[in-house]
Design a binder for this molecule. Structure first.
Ligand SMILES: O=c1nc[nH]c2c1ncn2[C@H]1C[C@H](O)[C@@H](COP(=O)(O)OP(=O)(O)OP(=O)(O)O)O1
Ligand SMILES: [Mg+2]
Length: 202
């Protein structure tokens, strides 16, 4: 790829997310990297509307808005839960399935109700990370984690749809694992290791 602009090791970036669960995971994942992170909330950055029709498009909207408002490189995450029996829904609408309060109990119940008796329980999480520079350049990477849904939900850790998802090769839900362990398997963990490889100076 011609585009080789990378972040320096000690760089300061904005984490363009208002989701507390994601922010916790990112701070754990970035702890050893030397990258300093400030949150969009601490800079009072507004939450832009996610009007694109793909994870890539929405990640770019969020990253560009934060980079332009702050003057710093900004990293955004657009992610979601894709359920095979629902033809990949809720997908990019995963947060919106929780209603105006983004209530994840409501969202999980809706997935459960709409899945009904369909025997296909396959599901995956997707995360697209986009790094945007204040001049408008962007770079994105994608991570996926495949597994299946369970009902009732189990576990107290994590966030979002974690209590109803069991990753391939395990019997515990994401919410039954310590977050440090989820991070080694998750869509976000995979996308972040690609990001560190491709976008951060060696
Ligand atoms: O690891 C995860 N474990 C469980 N659930 C997850 C995960 N990763 C994303 N999800 C769900 C939560 C949210 O309902 C949606 C993301 O929506 P998404 O628009 O990217 O995030 P958001 O609106 O919560 O915060 P923000 O846009 O400020 O980053 O997918
Ligand atoms: Mg969002």
């Amino acid at each position: 790829m011609a585009n080789t602009r990378t972040l320096e090791k000690g760089a300061k970036i904005v984490l363009a997310s208002h989701n507390a669960g994601k922010l916790r995971e990112f701070s754990m994942l970035l702890a050893q990297t030397g990258i300093t992170v400030v949150s969009a909330a601490s800079l009072n950055l507004p939450e832009p509307e996610e009007t694109a029709d793909s994870f890539e498009g929405n990640a770019a909207i969020k990253a560009l808005a934060a980079a332009q408002a702050s003057g710093l490189p900004a990293l955004a995450d657009d992610s979601g839960f894709c359920v095979a029996a629902l033809d990949g829904q809720p997908g990019i609408y995963s947060a919106r399935w929780g209603g105006p309060q983004k209530d994840m109990h409501i969202a999980m119940n809706r997935v459960h109700t709409e899945t009904g008796n369909n025997p296909d329980r396959s599901a995956s999480f997707v995360a697209v990370l986009c790094l945007a520079w204040p001049d408008g350049e962007t770079r994105s990477v994608r991570g996926e984690c495949h597994g299946h849904t369970i009902w009732p939900p189990r576990g107290e850790h994590g966030h979002g749809y974690d209590p109803m998802f069991v990753p391939e090769g395990d019997t515990r839900s994401f919410a039954e694992m310590p977050e440090s362990e989820k991070n080694t398997l998750s869509h976000r963990g995979k996308a972040l290791s690609l990001f560190l490889k491709e976008c951060v100076a060696g």
